[in-house]
Ligand binder design. Structure first.
Ligand code: ATP
Length: 233
């Protein structure tokens, strides 16, 4: 296995036990891989299952099929992996920037952003240098850095979340609408951060409702009906 991530015959269905046991078949036999430095954009109408796919890849939803990821140089099957293995993959190999920041009371903005680096054993000094750079690039005013982000605006919280997501290099990075609700200047910063991650060899899988952003980063699209096609732009 040479690709950072390979997905085979992925299925996800939801059974609505509270609603007559109705079964929703959301993902039906998806197969794809993403190469190092490549960005695969998930494409499909609202409700097609894009967020469900990202959550399944991250292990928040338990899907059927195979998700193999290159972890510490060796292929690892994520479906059915032990929780501590999944946590190790999330610490070292698989990043995920969701749409919303998970706010922890009393934890400062700087600490929230530095956490992925500290979890990998970086020194506080090294982590703080990188966090300050990212917060500056993402236009978070310095007076906010020591405050807990719970009271920040929606856009500020999203940018703190992005700074956290780009704090370390990820072999595989999942992005759920990273440019939603950002102004043009900040959108450009995020597109630049994605380009830098790709140049460093990150395999990116993302949802971008904004067409200009999508076309700026996509190398390939995954049609959620299962088809793939190359970026025409
Ligand atoms: N936890 C859940 N329980 C039950 N059904 C769910 C759950 N999560 C998603 N679904 C259903 O799966 C389908 C796909 O939802 P999903 O959020 O993945 O779509 P999407 O392509 O990301 O949509 P959008 O572009 O509108 O964000 C929807 O019909 C949704 O109702």
């Amino acid at each position: 296995m040479n690709n950072p991530i390979e997905v085979r015959d992925l299925h996800k269905r939801f059974t609505l036990h509270q609603q007559q046991g109705v079964v929703l078949r959301v993902l039906e036999g998806l197969s794809f891989e993403v190469r190092a430095g490549e960005c695969l954009v998930l494409h499909g109408r609202s409700g097609a299952g894009k967020s469900t796919l990202l959550r399944s890849l991250y292990g928040n939803y338990l899907a059927d099929g195979s998700i193999r990821i290159l972890h510490r140089g060796a292929p690892m099957e994520l479906i059915g992996a032990a929780p501590r293995q999944v946590l190790a993959v999330r610490r070292e190999t698989l990043g995920y920037v969701s749409q919303f920041l998970r706010v922890i009371p009393r934890v400062s903005c700087l600490d929230v952003v530095m956490e992925p680096a500290l979890a990998r054993g970086w020194s506080r000094e090294r982590a703080e240098v990188r966090a300050r750079q990212l917060l500056t690039r993402l236009n978070i005013p310095e007076r906010l850095w020591t405050l807990a982000p719970g009271t920040f605006s929606g856009g500020e919280q999203q940018r703190v979340n992005l700074a956290r997501g780009f704090m370390v290099e990820w072999p595989v990075l999942l992005l759920d609408e990273p440019t939603a609700s950002l102004d043009e200047a900040n959108r450009q910063v995020v597109l630049q951060l994605i380009a830098e991650a790709k140049a460093d060899g990150t395999a990116v899988i993302g949802i971008f409702h904004d067409r200009a952003a999508r076309e700026a980063v996509a190398d390939r699209y995954l049609d959620m009906t299962g088809e793939e096609y190359a970026n025409a732009s």
